[in-house]
Design a protein around this ligand. Structure first.
Ligand code: PLP
Length: 498
């Protein structure tokens, strides 16, 4: 039978799967239970007036229908297991399966946070081992693993800064943030009650030192530096920046979410950083699809250690470990229990599977991959800064915008080529930014496919811009009303939406 003989009367439902409620019909069930062999009690007698009289409007479907529903929906997703996921600033790297094997070991997956300390020694030793490895990688003195995300780590770090300055009778009001910082940095500083002050970048995309010297005084609590910054540029003046801060009694916070460019190569503790956070769900390969669960440990120098959140892990080496709550200067609790333990297991598995040389190689490969893309796409897309970049590369849509095609259009068209879009319109210092981070996970073949796709889209911008402006054309749904989706999301099904 040739292709032209295959005819469809109508398109299959899987091409536009509806809500589970739309599959529902009264009386269908996805289970069958044995006959009751205990005395039946009357719900009415037990619950009285608390018993609802109307049945809940739940979908009634068979097992095969429910399995098909969720399996079909899962095919709508894009994942790093499908292909390259170049979402800049997010470090969407492959999550090695060995992490999953280790995290699912019975004793670990079944551990309870209220388990007695003497029964939790294995878990405590895992947390201690991870803490020690992260301190070695960052060159810092002390750490908490508790924060549940990078932004939560920032908040915790700034609380340490505030507690430290207050303990010296020297509270301050301002926090300086370069315009190339990650957006969570100013949000964190404002949430912690500080005035946020913008610090301009120079023409190389690094902190403008003259502006820093002019803005720095005894009222500045800290500078929050994303390094490498959101332009992918490592600020090589960081030791000098630390000196300027310290000379006036301020502290240097480093947003270390981009450590994928530094692990095994450079340690923030060696160039004057006082406090920093890491994103285990970026650099250390723990999954972060769908917003979590994340993990944003905060590492600091000795002078900030007394303020770390409660509890801290006490004890060393093979000794019995315990959780220490007797810390009078602590900023208190930042999270229930001790953080997302499953993420600690995965991150430690990743670190130990790679070893020091493997981690160094990972960093080198991440930087090499980003620079391969930069070299191959330079000229096709405008490169706003000529300064060398590390783990990510930022182009702008300047050349295509002249043809009416913007960064968001190009990103949507990438979906038709089978790739997840890059990060659109960020960082804000670059107009029409296209922020691309391949990570070390990508083989040369996948990078070349991505380059082909990007070049082909650039050609389409010249030949048939309408094709790009309507993209994606290959998906079940095309352009959504993104503003309405963000401002008026319908997150719950109500019978009246039927
Ligand atoms: C540089 C940088 N800082 C902070 C964050 C915030 O991390 P999270 O999303 O885990 O809160 C991110 C997130 O990608 C980031 O890229």
């Amino acid at each position: 039978m040739s292709n032209k003989d295959i005819r469809k009367v109508s398109s299959h439902i899987s091409q536009n799967e509806g809500l589970i409620f739309e599959h529902s019909s009264p009386g269908k069930k996805a289970y069958s239970l044995p006959r009751l062999d205990v005395r039946e009690v009357s719900a009415k007698a037990e619950l009285g007036s608390a018993l609802r009289t109307e049945p809940a409007e739940l979908p009634e479907v068979s097992e095969v229908e429910i399995i098909r529903h969720f399996t079909r929906l899962s095919t709508w997703n894009y994942a790093v297991d499908h292909g390259m996921y170049p979402l800049g600033s997010c470090t969407m790297k492959y999550n090695p399966r060995v992490n999953e094997v280790v995290a699912r070991l019975d004793g670990l997956v079944g551990a309870h946070p209220y388990q007695l300390e003497q029964l939790s020694q294995g878990a405590l030793h895992i947390m201690k081992a991870l803490s020690d490895q992260l301190l070695e990688i960052t060159g810092m003195d002390a750490i908490t693993l508790q924060p549940a995300a990078g932004a939560h780590g920032e908040l915790t770090g700034i609380l340490l800064v505030r507690a430290y300055l207050e303990s010296r009778g020297n509270p301050r009001k301002r926090i300086l943030i370069p315009d190339s910082a990650h957006g969570t940095n100013p949000a964190t500083a404002a949430m912690s009650g500080y005035q946020v002050e913008n610090l301009p970048s120079n023409q190389n995309g690094m902190v403008d030192l003259a502006a820093l010297e002019a803005q720095m005084n005894e009222d500045v609590a800290a500078l929050m530096l994303t390094n490498p910054n959101t332009l992918g540029i490592f600020d090589e003046q960081i030791a000098r920046i630390a000196e300027i801060l310290h000379s006036k009694g301020g502290l240097l916070y480093m947003d270390g979410a981009n450590m994928n460019a530094l692990v095994g190569k450079a340690r923030p503790g060696d160039f004057g950083v006082d406090v920093m956070h890491l994103n285990l769900h970026k650099t250390f390969s723990t999954p972060h699809g769908g917003g979590g669960p994340g993990s944003g440990p905060v590492a600091c120098k000795k002078h900030l250690e007394p303020f770390l959140p409660l509890p801290v892990i006490a004890g060393t080496g093979d000794a019995v470990l315990r959780l220490d709550y007797d810390r009078p200067q602590s900023v208190g609790r930042v999270r229930a229990f001790y953080g997302n333990f499953g993420m600690f297991v995965r991150a430690l598995a990743y670190i130990m599977a790679n070893g020091p040389d493997g981690l160094r190689q990972t960093t080198e490969d991440a930087v090499l991959n980003a620079n391969y893309l930069r070299k191959k796409l330079e000229g096709t897309f405008e490169l706003p800064y000529s300064t060398p970049t590390l783990h990510e590369v930022i182009f702008s849509d300047k050349l295509q915008a002249k043809l009416g095609v913007k960064t968001g259009d190009i990103a949507k068209r990438l979906i038709d080529y089978g790739f997840h879009p890059y990060t659109v319109s960020f960082p804000m210092v670059v107009h029409g930014a296209m922020m691309i981070e391949p990570t070390e996970s990508e083989p040369l073949e996948e990078l070349d496919l991505f380059i082909d796709a990007m070049k082909s889209i650039a050609q389409e911008a010249i030949d048939s811009p309408e094709l790009i402006k309507d993209a994606p054309n290959s998906t079940r749904l095309s352009r959504l009303d993104e503003t309405a989706a963000a401002r008026k999301p319908i997150l719950r099904w109500h019978p009246e939406t039927k």
